[in-house]
Design a protein. Structure first.
Length: 690
């Protein structure tokens, strides 16, 4: 046992020889010195940490003679022995520390040898993402890991939107890429990927058996600290990576820092983000996109898969980065005077899902409402060949002109772009076998239904109540209509026409950037909403617990049906606002009252869970919170995520009385239509009347 000046015992970690190595100039290890040191240590099991311009080296046996030679050769300036004190508690206890040592030793030789080489940050993100996925984390849990890491780093000043969008897109590719599939790799890369993957699995097993003294995500966040340190990634770039990862998982259309500290860094140059896996071959990017969408189940039909593979998406967004064109993200193409997006090219997964719903056949006459860039119309044109025709319309002359030019450039000879209100259809060229809305609507326009041919199908994203919407595929069922498919989706709303879907975005006047979506049919005091979060909070927890991977969409739909004003999106962050997701929350509204969803994490004998809560504000906020909580408990008791998906029926105004109210049915009346949601009893429900 050794003693320090304060007479405190220092217990050396058995099995590790520790030293602090200094280098000339005090600026840390140079690339040349790092390469020489890595070569000299090739016969050792070792790991290291960069600290205060020195390198703290831990080896499996004494390396004093080796270091003396490096000093004589002027590779290093000097070295001092010491005692290794591992951060055992930070890595989850003895078992977690053993796993960490295995990773440190597997990663250190390459990380040391690569000192000074470009793109270390990108390689780290790839490796860490492999570890997070191997640990079984869902996207929101991965976002939480990065948010925890951000707390260890200074805040940054977010970049301007143009830089931000490109950087977030690059980070998204890194976080979702398969690190093992890199085309250009350094020696030992497959072994590093395997090591990070193995550690993720091992830590998950330890957590599952209760053998970690800290939470799994907390341990993984500490691994980020050490991985970036080994890779010599500057602190400013570490902060930027944390900010970008948070944006990938949680952010909406507004930037928000993930650290509450005072910003100490300007945003680094991210123009080279992800150079290690980029490609400039559009065909390869398109093939990768098709593979991802096929594996995810968004693409299923051979004809649609072929159309995606053959249609050059990047030619329809020439101003966007090539990589961004093939990300699974929407690309904005037009904003209003307030900066709100009013037109975009939808994310490929959404495009694919709607085309699968539509089921276009060769020879079909097709109408599309919402031309945007013309990309979706080009896909429709391929699906309608041979013998079919596609008409795409929009209310903005500039969009129509751009779409027409893009379609000509793409060689879509059977597609025509015209200026018209999609909600009124295009009767001169009907009837249509298929009609598709690629813009959101609050109602179903009867004039469009009248233009469907017998046996035709309408696909339309329709708001149900508040912000809750779904993409419906309707077919005639006598004098009413039935939904043959239904997908969760939100689209930019219709404008300027008979079904103009106007909403008001209410900004909170206090700290932060919280906004509330409100719609014309909602009974809400918008002025009161501006300061609603400054009023006392009334919190209630429901006892309803969601496990990892639980779906929220059916609970959202239930609340949209049962609550008088549905649910509204409330994105943003501010002190004291504790939403159920990082991007924000869903909220119920009633006059001067608001109640939003929250969660708290827990652990039972089976697994980790998240209990749903409700927080009410404003006049009547407590009563509204109780009402929302009761609705959540009822849904969970009688239906829950194990229940069959509900069915949907619709009738236009002249025939709305044909759809009657009954048990298990929700009636939602709109100006031009009536929507009925038939919620089915679970087979094993004690309430099942059968």
């Amino acid at each position: 046992m050794d003693w320090n000046d304060e007479n405190l015992p220092l217990l050396a970690e058995k099995g590790w020889w520790h030293t602090a190595i200094s280098f000339s100039g005090g600026d840390g290890v140079s690339p040349q010195a790092a390469a020489a040191l890595a070569a000299a240590l090739s016969g050792h099991r070792f790991h290291f940490l960069r600290k205060e311009g020195m390198l703290r080296l831990r080896t499996d046996r004494p390396a004093d003679a080796l270091l003396d030679r490096l000093v004589a050769d002027q590779v290093v300036d000097g070295w001092v022995g010491g005692v290794y004190e591992p951060e055992t508690d930070a890595f989850g206890g003895t078992a977690g520390m053993a796993v960490a040592h295995d990773l440190f030793c597997a990663d250190s030789p390459a990380a040391l040898a690569e000192t000074g080489s470009p793109h270390a940050r990108e390689r780290c993100v790839l490796l860490l993402s492999a570890m997070h996925r191997a640990a079984g984390l869902d996207p929101f849990e991965i976002g939480d890991v990065w948010a925890r890491f951000a707390c260890y780093r200074p805040a940054i000043n977010p970049p301007d939107p143009a830089t931000r969008d490109a950087a977030v897109a690059a980070m998204r590719r890194l976080m979702n890429a398969d690190a093992a599939q890199r085309d250009t790799t350094e020696p030992g890369w497959p072994e590093r990927v395997a090591a990070y993957t193995d550690v993720g699995r091992r830590l998950a097993r330890l957590a599952h058996h209760g053998l970690l003294t800290r939470g799994l995500r907390a341990v993984l966040a500490h691994h980020i600290v050490f991985a970036f340190n080994r890779a010599a990634v500057p602190v400013s770039e570490q902060s930027a990576a944390a900010w970008l990862a948070w944006q990938v998982v949680f952010a909406d259309d507004q930037p928000s820092a993930v650290s509450t500290g005072r910003p100490s860094h300007t945003f680094p140059n991210l123009a080279t983000m992800e150079p290690t896996i980029t490609t400039t071959d559009p065909a390869e990017l398109r093939a990768d996109l098709v593979t991802r969408l096929t594996e995810s189940g968004n693409l299923r039909t051979p004809a649609i898969i072929k159309a995606f593979r053959d249609t050059e998406r990047h030619t329809f967004v020439p101003d966007a980065d090539l990589q961004a064109a093939y990300n699974d993200d929407a690309v904005a193409i037009k904003h209003d005077g307030a900066g709100e997006m009013i037109s975009c090219i939808s994310a490929p997964s959404i495009v694919a899902a709607q085309l699968e719903q539509l089921g276009v056949r060769p020879g079909d006459n097709v109408l599309e409402a919402g031309a945007a860039t013309g990309y979706n119309a080009a896909l429709l044109g391929r699906l309608a060949e041979p013998g079919g025709t596609v008409w795409t319309v929009d209310v903005d002359p500039d969009l129509v002109a751009t779409a027409a030019a893009n379609l000509i450039r793409a060689g879509a000879r059977n597609v025509t772009a015209l200026l018209a209100d999609g909600a009124e259809g295009l009767p001169a060229h009907g009837p249509y076998d298929r009609i598709q809305f690629t813009v959101g609507a609050a109602d179903v326009p009867a004039t469009v239904l009248a233009q469907l041919a017998p046996g035709g199908r309408l696909v339309i994203p329709m708001r149900i109540r508040g912000s809750i919407s779904r993409s419906f595929a309707f077919e005639a069922d006598g004098d009413t209509w039935k939904a043959v498919s239904c997908e969760m989706a939100t689209f930019v709303p219709l404008r300027k026409g008979v079904c103009d879907d106007i909403y008001t975005l209410v900004h909170h006047d206090g700290e932060g950037n919280v906004r509330l979506e409100t719609f014309s049919e909602q009974d809400v005091d918008r002025e009161a909403m501006r300061t609603i979060l400054d009023t006392p909070a009334h919190k209630i927890y429901t006892g309803v617990k969601f496990g990892q991977g639980s779906h929220w969409q059916w609970l959202y739909l239930w609340l949209a049906c049962t609550l008088p004003n549905g649910l509204s999106r409330m994105p943003g962050q501010r002190p004291g606002f504790t939403p159920h997701f990082g991007w924000g929350s869903m909220a119920a509204l009633d006059g001067e009252a608001l109640a939003y969803l929250t969660i708290r994490e827990g652990q039972d004998s089976n697994s980790r869970y998240w209990e749903i809560g409700v927080i009410g504000h404003g006049t009547g906020g407590q009563n509204l919170a109780d009402q929302v909580a009761s609705a959540i408990v009822e849904w969970n008791s009688d239906y829950g995520n194990s229940a069959p998906e509900p069915n949907f029926r619709m009738a236009t105004a002249p025939h709305r009385e044909l759809l009657k109210a009954a048990d298990l049915h929700f009636i939602i009346d709109k100006t031009h239509s009536r929507l009925v949601v038939d919620w089915m009893w679970p087979e094993n429900s004690v309430m099942n009347p059968r």
